[in-house]
Design a binder for this molecule. Structure first.
Ligand SMILES: Cc1ncc(COP(=O)(O)O)c(C=O)c1O
Length: 395
């Protein structure tokens, strides 16, 4: 019955731990959950009111497939203001979340056999999305020493005649890595020389710390025609459930995405688009407050993790994830049974410390685990205490 495509796609490997954590919670067991990939803050009131107002005004019909003009204009304004890049309306498409935007890109750009370079560690969905389109993921490892930023020479080495796309995600999930401007400019030179495209997923742009300056590869010299820039409101404005993401790029590719979208979802939800206009154009103080709170938690969690024997965590410069190396604990035993890998460590913590975190293997980084700090300081403290105790129980 099932197509080869459906049989080939991997279900989210991170879901198994999540399901187990939810089962424990449902039994009334107090689990500290570091799994969340979304801000724990509520969507700001001004944004909610814009949506309520849209409903009351009957803004509830079919809309242009690629987004309403006022949202496109707000997006154009955002890219000009924040990134110094000028786009026209036909270089923008609004989709049902950044995930949908990326999926459309995969379908619009990749033919069977085309190669897609994906730096490791990667967000779990990239390889699967491009594989659905028949693309072949080519993984290029990044290292902790380079703060998980891709080396330009590694990109050059990975490019073949079949390479179509390079994926960049900065700040990155799961590592929190922020690519330095210089590195991106060097990668841009390779991309132009070898005439490939970059898909840059800038969804965490605003969640950046330590005075780091955000730079997108789309800003590098002459890179606009080579770049599909993916963004959205989910993370910046605590709007994960509203499902609005967008892409800026060359108009023939945007048109291809629009055609695909016209035969699948049609327009993104009308009222969520109106809310997103307010998010992008309205007051930004809620973003500043959220980033300050994430920053407090970031410092707290990194410090706490590094105090635990066998855990090493570099300080992430962006997003809301800590990505410690826990491989020194592999081989240590609990009641005679050794922790073998990142799944083993995550399982052990869930069973014996009632702490849920995400193993690194599904992100292509077996030595690591991912902890989201989109939970309160108090919960982070409680979770760290439990991890420390559980690690002390290992022989
Ligand atoms: C790197 C990255 N890109 C895209 C997304 C998806 O964003 P959206 O909610 O807009 O679909 C996520 C969500 O976890 C993410 O981590």
């Amino acid at each position: 019955m099932l197509s080869e495509r459906a049989r080939g796609i991997k279900p989210s490997a991170t879901l198994a731990i999540d399901t187990k954590a939810k089962e424990l919670k449902a039994q009334g067991i107090d689990v500290v959950g570091f799994g969340a990939g979304e801000p724990d803050f509520d969507t700001p009131d001004n944004i909610k009111h814009a949506a309520i107002d849209a409903i009351n005004r009957g803004f509830t019909k079919y809309m242009p497939v690629d987004g309403i003009p006022d949202l496109k204009d707000a997006i154009i304004e955002k890219f000009k203001r924040d990134n110094g890049i000028e786009y026209a309306r036909d270089e923008i498409i609004v989709s049902v979340g950044a995930k949908h935007a990326l999926f459309n890109i995969a379908l619009a750009m990749v033919d069977p056999g085309d190669e897609v370079i994906i730096p490791t560690p990667y967000w779990v969905s990239y390889p699967e999305m491009f594989a659905v389109a028949g693309g072949k993921p080519v993984f290029v490892k990044t290292s902790e020493q380079d703060n998980f930023a891709l080396k330009p020479e590694a990109v050059e080495k990975a490019i073949t005649k079949k390479t179509k796309v390079l994926v960049i995600n900065s700040p990155g999930n799961p590592s929190g890595a922020v690519y330095p401007r210089k590195v991106l400019e060097e990668i841009a030179e390779v991309v132009k020389k070898r005439n490939i495209f970059v898909v840059t997923d800038d969804i965490y742009e605003k969640l950046i710390y330590d005075g780091e300056k955000f730079f997108t590869i789309a800003q590098a010299k002459d890179m606009k025609p080579h770049t599909l820039l993916v963004h959205g409101v989910s993370k910046t404005y605590a709007m994960t459930g509203w499902r609005i993401g967008f892409t800026a790029g060359p108009k023939d590719i945007i048109k291809g995405m629009k055609n695909i979208q016209s035969q699948s979802t049609s327009n993104p939800t009308s009222i969520a688009m109106k809310a997103s206009v307010e998010a992008l154009k309205g007051p930004q103080d809620s973003v500043t407050k959220m980033v300050a709170e994430f920053d407090r938690r970031r410092k707290f969690i990194v410090e706490g993790l590094n105090r635990i024997d066998g855990i090493k965590c570099i300080t992430p410069k962006g997003a809301f994830y800590a990505f410690p190396n826990v491989s020194a604990l592999y081989g240590r035993k609990f009641k005679g049974k050794a922790i073998g890998d990142s799944f083993g460590f995550a399982d052990y913590l869930l069973d014996h410390a009632k702490v849920a975190l995400v193993p690194g293997a599904p992100f292509g980084a077996e030595e690591h685990v991912r902890l989201s700090y989109a939970i309160s300081l108090e919960m982070i403290g409680k979770g760290l205490e439990r991890i420390d105790q559980a690690v002390k129980m290992l022989e």
